[in-house]
Design a protein around this ligand. Structure first.
Ligand SMILES: [Zn+2]
Length: 400
């Protein structure tokens, strides 16, 4: 039996509970055996008493992080020529890039991702071929959209003559979850313009019933009142983006405890890189402010908010973007503990990974991250990860 100890001055456990001081973890065979909170006298004795002790004073320990919305097969670079070209990449070209992005995530303490699809299905193929390498990835494969509508780089419409439900039945037995596009994207010219839903209400209801029969959860890309409302009424598991969804939809999400992944960092990225023109950057900034206002309201109403970045979008870099999204969630009024919960326990619940990730309690695998400073320095301190532990083994820094 292997046994080791890890001490950190603060603990944020991922459940939203208040941060605690002086956490001593006992790790046995990769699992958390116990968590104790020693007093100051016991603390002095710690160094002498335990041979296998990793000691992190003036640091905070928290669960491995989760990004609930990424596109692993795409780069977050802002070079438009590069962005257009990458869509033509074959699997062999994309595989090493995907591997690199996964490594970058792990170095920042990100241990699970939910992928929203790519037109080549490369992220899904990569994960099926390579398996687990430290980061769990749940994949949609390709997304589903209506003919002629937004989303050509991530998904296809159903085959002619087939309904969405029939297509899911035929093609989705091998994916981890189903991604459906039910609106367009934000206009950077015409602030607040809403787009038509991509699918009809009955079609969505039948498709979602089919997805449930397959045992798959449904993530729906939806912006604007009607597209979001239809996705909620048809029984989706999460709303992705949800820009301009409005108060009624927020209330519905709170009532039904449906997850919301606001991906606010996508608009931050567009406003920070005004390569397309000053006016568009200004519009992106206005959209961001509107989204932050919706997030504030979501907090008041008790909507379950999750951190997802849409990494792979313009200016949204895999790995780094998660801390940026968390900054925005904190800006919207969520406490440090709630902000971290959105990227840990709450996300693990949606991904069905809450028995291995998202909280730090006895019996759970010892998957955690150590960052410098007190909890009040989160989420900014996530940019300076001190150590990453995977099933009790310190993988970063890899000197042990
Ligand atoms: Zn996306």
């Amino acid at each position: 039996m292997s046994q080791s100890y890890c001490f950190s001055t603060w603990l944020v456990d991922g459940t939203g509970a208040p941060a605690k001081k002086n956490a001593l973890f006992c790790i046995q065979n990769g699992l958390i055996f116990s968590v104790q909170f020693p007093g100051s006298e016991e603390l002095c004795a710690l160094g002498k008493e335990f041979k296998e002790l990793d000691f992190f004073p003036a640091s905070t320990i928290l669960p491995g992080l989760i990004d609930c919305h990424v596109h692993l097969a795409m780069s977050g670079k802002t070079d438009r020529e590069f962005r257009a070209k990458q869509l033509l990449n074959g699997f062999e070209q994309n595989a090493p890039l995907i591997e690199h992005r996964l490594q970058r995530c792990l170095n920042l303490g990100i241990m699970a991702l939910r992928d929203g699809g790519d037109i080549g299905g490369h992220a899904l193929r990569y994960m099926r071929q390579n398996g687990f390498s430290g980061v769990r990835v749940k994949c949609a494969g390709k997304a589903w959209r209506a003919p002629g509508r937004y989303g050509k780089f991530i998904g296809n419409p159903p085959e002619p003559g087939m309904s969405l439900a029939e297509s899911l039945k035929a093609e989705c037995a091998h994916v981890d979850h189903i991604k459906i596009l039910n609106s367009g994207i934000n206009s950077l010219v015409d602030y607040g313009r809403q787009t038509e839903p991509q699918f009809g209400p009955d079609e969505l209801v039948r498709a979602f019933r089919q997805a449930k029969e397959l045992g798959r959860k449904i993530m729906v890309h939806a912006n604007g009142r009607l597209p979001v409302q239809m996705a909620l009424d048809a029984g989706c598991d999460s709303i992705e983006h949800g820009f301009f969804m409005g108060e009624e939809n927020l209330k519905k999400m709170a009532d039904r405890q449906i997850f919301w992944v606001p991906t606010a960092v996508t608009m931050k990225a567009l406003s920070d890189y005004p390569t397309a023109g000053v006016q568009q950057a200004g519009t992106a900034e206005m959209i961001l402010q509107n989204q932050l206002e919706q997030m504030r309201r979501a907090r008041e109403l008790g909507v379950r908010i999750l951190s997802g970045t849409d990494a792979g979008s313009f200016g949204v870099r895999h790995g780094q973007a998660l801390a940026q999204e968390l900054e925005l969630i904190a800006q919207a009024g969520f406490s440090v503990e709630q902000t971290i919960q959105s990227a840990t326990h709450a996300s693990a619940q949606l991904l069905g990974l809450d028995d291995e990730l998202g909280s730090l309690r006895p019996g759970m695998p010892a998957n955690f991250v150590v960052v410098p400073g007190p909890p009040s320095e989160l989420p900014g301190s996530l940019a300076h990860v001190t150590a990453v532990y995977l099933r009790g083994t310190r993988i970063l820094p890899a000197t042990k």
